[in-house]
Design a protein around this ligand. Sequence first.
Ligand code: BMA
Length: 341
Amino acid sequence: MPHYKILAPEVKSMPWQEKTEAEKGNSPLWRYAENPIIDRNPIPGVARIFNSAVVPYEGAFIGVFRAEQTNGIPFIYLGRSADGIHWTFDEKRIEFVDEEGRPFQPVYAYDPRLVKVEDTYYIIWCCDFWGASIGLARTKDFKTFVRMEPPFIPFNRNAVLFPRKVGGMYKMLSRPSDSGHTPFGDIFISESPDLIYWGRHRHVMSRSGNWWENLKIGGGAAPIETSEGWLLFYHGVTGTCNGYVYSIGGAILDIDEPSKVKYRCSTWLLTPEKPYEERGFVPNVCFPCATIHDSATGRIAIYYGAADSYVGLAFGYADEIIDYIKANDAASADDQSIGLR
Ligand code: BMA
């Protein structure tokens, strides 16, 4: 029996593979042996799929995928899977509409997250709003996708919605940035009563003195509610003489006041080590965007983009991940504060 509880529905047929001897590494996560799960040129007109998000849906899985089209422009495509591992994609990109049902496509769309709150699924992504900013859309049936008000003005990236209201408010993490390959960035949280008006902004956490995340950080998968707090997988970036390196980090946020970080792991949970992570369109990138998690077993599957070229899967048990984060905790007084000055 897990000693920490995941407070979410059971997912009986979630993708899973036990840890093998070969995968025994330095962290509580291990990779799926058959990675990457999505290879290059997966559909006509799309060269690469990576940084993508999935949810359980009608006894199977559905997801929104960052697809780099062969003109180099990213867009979001819908995919379906019976097992969460083998995916089939719509050959046409998602067609968004406005509140009146008129076609309303973003200029581009990348790094989507997909989060169910109550009976609605929300897609949150990076788009152009006279500069890099956050796009938000809702769907109930994965047939009609309604774009909503942009939550923030530019420049911003890596927005992640919480899977339930906290204190009666929707909560969203984001990372104010610039329009380019941002060389700075910390995670903030904002709240909204209606997903239109956002405010009560708070600082959550900054890049740290640990070198793997000393340049910038950004939200990753939607936080998982657990008996210890919100378990957040995020990305941390360092700069090298050869470019940025993106690793996956872990933190646990206070359940009622998630601008407070309870624990923050001083080490990465996953860093580029495999050929499909170290080599690709952008080398050395592990970029988490979603998890599937099962409250009955405490199993967590993390979907991450690899080298801006592929989708990889990593696995871990909530108990081991939380214990590891707590054992390697380096949350600063600033992280632990309410985030207001
Ligand atoms: C970030 C985003 C991600 C990408 C990463 C590495 O700025 O654009 O989509 O995975 O860079 O290239």
